[in-house]
Design a protein around this ligand. Structure first.
Ligand SMILES: *Cc1c(COP(=O)(O)O)cnc(C)c1O
Length: 227
């Protein structure tokens, strides 16, 4: 199957999950995750009209998106990977949303860059729902105070994001994140990937981040996805 056909079937599956969950058909936005894929591989998805994309590394994103953005000015880019503080300037310049705000130093760096670049982006706070030591994200219990801290710095915090532990049932993690967003009246909820987006939509995701189900497996060396 081509990336274009895969995109159509993922969009259909999302709509079907919405219907089953009793949510509006347009309640969920698809963030097409293009990490490891070339502009040539991405192009069929752009030609199909898709405009919302996610990348997990600033440098890689800088190598492909500025040029694509000049050709398709309505592209929206989400940063979904761990963000080093020293990359905050580049991230604020390139991305429309940073989904992985998870510590005070990073929040301060983003705030500083927003002021310096006279640019305002959306921020989600990443929550480490599984409290895994090796993973980024604030602890669930610290979410509310960290959101307040970020807002105090001038960040526009509009949502939460999580990456459940790989070896656990994801649904309870999605439910936890949804509950944290609900009590703080945060409208955006980024959760669910290729393997588990149905469960995420059921639990209230507003953004699902999907790479493999659209572009195929990411294997090195990375060929262009079939058109
Ligand atoms: C790579 C990645 C995804 C997409 O994963 P797939 O399994 O390819 O759909 C989603 N979220 C994050 C944070 C990622 O790094």
């Amino acid at each position: 199957m081509s990336a274009r056909e895969n995109l159509a079937s993922v969009l259909n599956a999302i709509r079907e999950s919405c219907r089953q969950a009793g949510r509006p058909a347009d309640a969920v936005s698809l963030v097409a995750v293009t990490k490891a894929w070339s502009p040539e591989a991405i192009r069929p998805v752009l030609d199909a009209g898709h405009r919302l994309f996610g990348e997990n590394r600033v440098q890689e994103a800088q190598g492909k998106w500025p040029e694509l953005k000049t050709r398709f000015p309505d592209i929206r880019l989400h940063m979904i990977g761990h963000l080093q503080t020293n990359k905050a300037a580049d991230a604020v310049a390139l991305f429309d949303t940073i989904e992985t705000v998870d510590r005070p130093r990073l929040a301060a760096a983003i705030a500083r860059e927003q002021a310096r670049q006279n640019r305002r982006i959306d921020c989600y706070v990443q929550v480490n729902t599984g409290e895994e030591p090796q993973k980024g994200g604030v602890e669930p219990g610290g979410t509310e105070s960290f959101v307040a801290h970020c807002r105090g710095l001038g960040l526009s915090v509009t949502g939460l994001m999580c990456l459940p532990p790989v070896d656990q049932e994801p649904a309870p993690h999605f439910a936890l994140l949804a509950n944290l967003a609900r009590v703080q009246a945060l409208p955006c909820l980024s959760m669910g990937m290729s393997a588990d987006y149905g469960a995420a939509v059921e639990q209230g995701a507003t953004h699902v981040r999907i790479g493999t189900a659209i572009f195929g497996p990411r294997t090195a060396p990375r060929p262009a996805a079939p058109a």
